[in-house]
Write a protein that binds this ligand. Structure first.
Ligand code: NAP
Ligand code: GDP
Length: 323
């Protein structure tokens, strides 16, 4: 029987990066199917079943989710909770019914307990409440780990999960209010630089970073994450989650990230910080020790280079970008 990998959320930031990695791998013995919400609304169990019947996957990389940045989460906790519970329950149960050999689902470092010790590791997922800003998304995602264990206990299923830090790259979601910090800043800086509403020279333009700029984040380039996820798909056989993050030393502040975006745009104006806007979780520093034990030599793309490539992608693909 040939290997058929169904990637749910195949049109998103991570899904598009996995398309690139699958093309790089170019394995004749593996067929990939990248599903979008047009193939099936995975909140609906019948549509989910029809998708699995059509694709007949042996393996699933499960990315599809209701995803958003801090401000979207703060305003919509109920929707993040319900939609993600529905999607995850439908995908895992249908993968079990189809006897899929492996499912790799995607959690996030933002679902770890808010009050904790650092660095955070995989064993601490359920040790306390998540940050109140995104408790809906967090509890829905934590349940994936609970379900993976339950499917393993009852049926011996090889269902696992990865826990990435903040992700960015080409094909991100740039929609204002919904977007995460890097695509959000890329979109807003592009608007500011190209705005026709003012005849101010660029040197006098001011870019507003939301919040104090002090929170700390680990950012992974989507292409690096895609390579690691595909590695997990073929090589990691444990129900226990694995953190896929850059090293702790590469954590940066939101202000650092804003400066990198400005540098990539060659923005000549100034940055200001709007402290009336929320900062969210101060930090969620995660340890990649478990990953490093498997792949000690994995080289993450340099943050500056990755931001530059992401900005270039947005400028070159402005008409088609999700905004
Ligand atoms: P994204 O760019 O927003 O893409 C979301 C994908 O999910 C799209 O392909 C979308 O399809 C699909 N989708 C959404 N709702 C669906 C539904 N009801 N039925 C079927 N498909 C649906 O998200 P991403 O950033 O690539 O995220 C991928 C995974 O990484 C998610 O599980 C997310 O929770 C996790 N994650 C993301 C980050 C981050 O910083 N972005 C950080 C940690 C973890 P359409 O294109 O058709 O709408
Ligand atoms: P988080 O990492 O889960 O908190 O989600 P985000 O990717 O949305 O990052 C939120 C952090 O970036 C907070 O400290 C925000 O105050 C800050 N931030 C600065 N500018 C922006 C922006 O344009 N969009 C978003 N989403 N956050 C921003």
């Amino acid at each position: 029987m040939s290997t058929v990998v169904l990637v749910t959320g195949g049109s998103g930031l991570v899904g598009k990066a996995i398309q690139d990695v699958a093309a790089e791998e170019n394995r004749e013995d593996v067929k990939w199917y990248f599903a979008t919400s047009k193939d099936a609304d995975l909140r609906d169990v019948n549509q989910t079943r029809r998708l699995f019947e059509k694709v007949q996957p042996t393996h699933v990389i499960h990315l599809a989710a209701k995803v958003g940045g801090l401000f979207d989460n703060m305003n919509n906790n109920l929707d993040f909770l319900r939609e993600n519970i529905q999607i995850n329950d439908n995908v895992l149960q249908t993968a079990y019914e189809h006897k899929c050999k492996k499912v790799v689902s995607c959690l996030s470092t933002c679902i770890f307990p808010d009050r904790t010790t650092y660095p955070i590791d995989e064993t601490m997922l359920h040790d306390g409440p998540p940050h109140p800003s995104n408790y809906g998304y967090s509890y829905a995602k934590r349940l994936v780990d609970v379900q993976n264990h339950a499917y393993n206990q009852k049926y011996g299923c090889n269902f696992t999960s990865i826990i990435p830090c903040n992700i960015f790259g080409p094909n991100d979601n740039y929609r204002p209010v919904v977007s995460h910090v890097i695509p959000g800043m890329i979109y807003r800086m592009h608007q500011l630089i190209n705005s026709q509403e003012t005849d101010l020279p660029e040197e006098e333009k001011v870019f507003t970073v939301y919040g104090s700029g002090k929170p700390l984040r680990q950012f992974i380039y989507s292409l690096d994450l895609a390579r690691l996820m595909v590695w997990v798909m073929w090589n990691y056989d444990s129900v226990e989650p694995i953190i896929l993050s850059v090293d702790e030393k590469d954590e940066v502040t939101i202000a650092d990230a804003a400066r990198e975006v400005a540098k990539a745009f060659k923005f000549k104006g100034k940055l200001e910080f709007d402290t009336s806007k929320a900062d969210g979780q101060y930090k969620k520093t995660a340890s990649n020790k478990k990953l490093r034990a498997f792949l000690p030599g994995f080289k993450f793309t340099d943050f500056s280079e990755a931001v530059e490539s992401s900005v270039r992608w947005f400028v070159d693909n402005y008409e088609v970008a999700r905004k």
